[in-house]
Design a protein around this ligand. Structure first.
Ligand code: NAP
Length: 268
């Protein structure tokens, strides 16, 4: 299927690793021109940099950063068609998962909302005028199953992602008539550096339940998390859904929430 993304301009936040890297690589492979935002340029992202992909080094905790990323798209590629708000998870200096409401002070709550929600709010605020100038666009927000399945685990993150999912629906309603589609993708556990890095989620989780780190990442962890597929998701499996939602082939899909969670959520 031709996704008709050739020549379209996309911004992807959190694009140096994990899900964001897979999204940036996939959109570029489909012919889009990509602005990839993250604090650092990873070796994997550096391999993609060229005429059709630039890296913009920003810390999205800075309120001016989302606007500067959108400006880079307009200045470099002449406009903006696609915005993927992917950056999220633990903000700088915070380790996740957490396991109780009482693990969290005001600073935790503030920084988790700043990174996971407000950076998206600011990116959307900057992107919509640029998209309207081109007659429309597609915004995709990367949420989490924590938005739909509240629990004691990462309670601040779940609340921020629930707000993000809610925001996406509201935006789709307001801007759909003007040609901007807004959709949410809701991943379950995905094998990314957030899980696999030293000190990452797999190690924290393993220490909590008295397992080996590698067991969390293989079938045992999947069994404990009740994943019906028996394994964590892969970044490419999220990126492929994002690419379809970015595409004009999905012109009637807006205000939707696509769950890609390896069967974690058990409700309809
Ligand atoms: N992995 C999962 O199991 C899972 C599950 C559900 C939802 N999600 C969601 O999926 C998205 C991607 O997660 P992931 O697992 O791929 O994360 P990841 O592997 O930790 O990658 C995070 C990306 O965000 C960038 N980043 C981190 N802090 C930043 C900051 N302050 N400013 C700018 N960029 C920053 C990182 O690059 P730098 O470090 O260079 O800045 C990196 O490119 C997040 O929204 C997360 O909430 C993930």
């Amino acid at each position: 299927m031709d996704l008709q993304l050739s020549g379209r301009v996309a911004v992807v936040t959190g694009a140096s690793k994990g899900i964001g890297l897979a999204i940036a690589a996939t959109l570029r492979a489909e012919g889009a021109r990509v602005v990839a935002a993250s604090r650092k340029l990873s070796p994997e992202l550096a391999e993609l940099v060229g005429d059709d992909l630039i890296h913009v080094p920003v810390d999205l905790m800075d309120p001016d950063a989302p606007g500067s990323v959108v400006r880079a798209a307009v200045d470099t590629f002449g406009g903006l068609d696609i915005l993927v708000n992917n950056a999220g998870g633990p903000p700088p200096g915070i380790t996740m998962p957490t396991f109780s409401f009482f693990d969290l002070d005001d600073e935790n709550w503030r920084s988790v909302f700043e990174f996971n929600l407000f950076s998206t709010v600011r990116a959307v605020r900057a992107a919509i005028p640029a998209m309207l100038a081109r007659g429309g666009g597609s915004i995709i927000n990367i949420s989490s199953t924590h938005a739909r399945q509240p629990s004691a685990v990462n309670v601040d993150y779940g609340a921020a992602k629930a707000a993000m999912t809610n925001l996406g629906k509201a935006l789709s309603d307001e801007f759909g008539p003007r040609g901007i589609r807004v959709n949410t993708v809701t991943p379950g556990p995905v094998r990314t550096p957030w899980w696999t890095d030293a000190g990452g989620a797999a190690e924290v989780f393993a220490a909590k339940v008295g397992m080996e780190r590698d067991a969390v990442l293989d079938g045992t962890g999947a069994q404990m998390m009740n994943l019906t597929t028996g394994r964590l998701g892969e970044p490419q499996e999220i990126a492929d859904v994002v690419a379809l939602l970015a595409s004009p082939r999905a012109a009637s899909t807006t205000g939707a929430d696509y769950i890609v969670d390896a069967g974690l959520l058990k409700t309809v």
